[in-house]
Write a protein of this length. Sequence first.
Length: 316
Amino acid sequence: MSAAEFDLIARIRARAGQRGGVVLGIGDDAALLQVPPDRQLVVTADTLNAGVHFPDATAPADIGWKSLAVNLSDLAAMGAVPAWCTLSLSLPQADPSWVDAFLDGFLDLADQHAIGLVGGDTTRGPLSISVTAMGLVESGGALRRDRARVGDDVWVTGTPGDAAAALEALQQGREAPKSLRQRLDRPMPRVAAGRRLSGLAHACIDISDGLLADLTHICESSGVGAEINLVELPASADLASVESNRRWGWQACGGDDYELCFTASPHNRDLIVQALDFTDVSATRIGRIVSEQGVRAFDADAQEWRPPSRGYEHFL
Ligand code: ADP
Ligand code: MG
C-alpha cells in the first residue's frame, strides 16, 4: 500500500465515529462485531460505478450520500435497523480533497441512521464505490419478497418517478428542477418506514429498478400476480402536471427511486397509515395481488397500459 493510500485510510478512520457492538473497527485485518443473541444479521452490498450509477459530473458529497443510501434502502426493505457498514473505494488518484468531500455526504447519512463504518478497502482504479451494509432484525421478523398473498393490497411509499424525470432531463442536456435533482442525488432511504412495516406488511422491496420491474420480483418470488391502477400513483408537485403517459413512464418504469413497494392484508389499512404517521413518508394503495401471474398496469379507462420499458436493465 502506498503512503498516499495509507493517508486516505487514516483520514477515513479519523472521521468514522463510534457505534455499539464494534469490538474492533478500522485498523485490524478485519472488523469484529457483536450481534445480539436474539437478532439476525441482515447483509447487503451495492456498487456504484461512475457514468453507470451516477452521472460523471455528480458532486463527490452526493456520490458519498448515494453510495450509502442505496444500501440503507435495501436494509429498509428488509425491515432492518442499520448497524455497521464497510466502504471499498476504487479511485483514479489518491485525492484527499475528493475523499473529504465524499465523506461529508457519506457520514452525514451514516450519522442520521447511526450506522458505524467499520472497515473497507482503498485501491487505485476507475472510480467505483462498493458499500456493504449490515443491519439487525428480530429473529424471524425480516420483510421478504416471497410472502405476498392473493388479496393483499399493493402499496408504495412517497412519490415515485422523480429521480427518473431528473435523469432524463440531464441526459437530454436540460436542467432538472432542484427538487427533482435532489431526489436523484440524495435519495432518502425509507428506514423508519421499513421498521414500522415489519409485522404489518407481508412482502416488501425497494424500488431501485422501477416500480413494475421490482413488483414483478415480489410476484415471481411469491408465486402470484398484481394489478396496478396508474391513476392512484402519487405524484410530486413537479410531476403532477405532466401528461399522464409520460409521467407514468417515469413513475412505473423509472429507476433510482428508493421508495418501498409492499403488500399487506386489507385488514391492516388503518394500522399501516398510523404506523407511518410519524415517519418522513406516507404510503399509498395502488393495486392488489391476484392469483393470475404477471404484473399488469391499468390506465384511467381501465385499459391495460403498455409501459415504454420495464425498468432500467444493465447490459441492454
Ligand atoms: P489489509 O491489507 O489487511 O486488507 P488495508 O490496508 O486494506 O488492510 O486496510 C487497513 C484497515 O483500514 C482495515 O481495517 C480496513 O478495513 C480499513 N480500510 C481500508 N480502506 C478503507 C475504507 N475505504 N473505508 C474504511 N476502512 C478502510
Ligand atoms: Mg485491504
